[in-house]
Design a protein around this ligand. Sequence first.
Ligand SMILES: NC(=O)c1ccc[n+]([C@@H]2O[C@H](COP(=O)([O-])OP(=O)(O)OC[C@H]3O[C@@H](n4cnc5c(N)ncnc54)[C@H](O)[C@@H]3O)[C@@H](O)[C@H]2O)c1
Length: 246
Amino acid sequence: MNGRFEGLVAIVTGAAGGIGMATALRLGTEGAKVALIGRGGDTLSAVEDALRAQGAVGRGFVCDVSDEAAVETTTAAVVAAWGRLDAVVNNAGMMLFKPLQDYSGAEWQQVLGVDLMGAVHFTRQAFLHMKEGGAIVNVASVHAAMTTPLVAPYAAAKAAMLSLTRSASIEGKALGIRANAVLPGAVDTPMLWSNPNLKSGAERLDPADVGKPEEVAAAIAFLAAPEARFVTGASLAVDGGRLAKL
Ligand SMILES: NC(=O)c1ccc[n+]([C@@H]2O[C@H](COP(=O)([O-])OP(=O)(O)OC[C@H]3O[C@@H](n4cnc5c(N)ncnc54)[C@H](O)[C@@H]3O)[C@@H](O)[C@H]2O)c1
């Protein structure tokens, strides 16, 4: 493994498991100091231990990404601890499953608050703290482009995340900050298997269409790394070709 992130500091939200943990391990083993962001109750210490076991450095920070003040305080704490901020991976996410007519406004706000505004808050802090060479990677979803029943707020949040990525890429250019997005397809994490559409059989998955968290982490790491310096405003599907299929 090379050290593409040697000397750099990264924030990974939703780092307690799944794609976030795989990303933290990837960036950490390639040299980054990694701030592991999770909700209260998330087992961030297990991720700290996993990083330490591989000779990497990570520290857990409890922070609800939908809480702007908490995001500001947490980012300041990361910069105070390690002196800089080079990469932010907006990965924290949640889903609700309901027919469109059953979603209350509060439930829309809840999903948009985490899946979209969490990324908005960390993008703002990234712009305030990053120097030239900084990179933001937003973990959207294939649901940003196509979707299934029952997940309207999630699909809307993920689509808006691509728009946020475009805005951040054009406004970030003068500051030397890049912004890109990945659109994972089905990935073998707890979030995938808790999907009631899959449990009920309403949505079927070919096992060949299910990727590993590490495969998404590899794409995130490329977009976050200095070697991707000419890649900004891009949306990269990491879906085993699902979006390409008619
Ligand atoms: N698994 C898939 O098939 C799939 C597909 C497409 C996109 N994604 C996206 O990938 C990202 C990671 O999902 P995953 O599959 O690893 O699932 P996951 O449930 O393992 O990870 C989501 C993480 O976000 C954290 N989180 C949720 N709300 C939070 C909040 N308010 N503040 C801080 N942390 C919070 C959770 O604690 C959890 O650790 C999500 O944004 C998800 O939408 C996943």
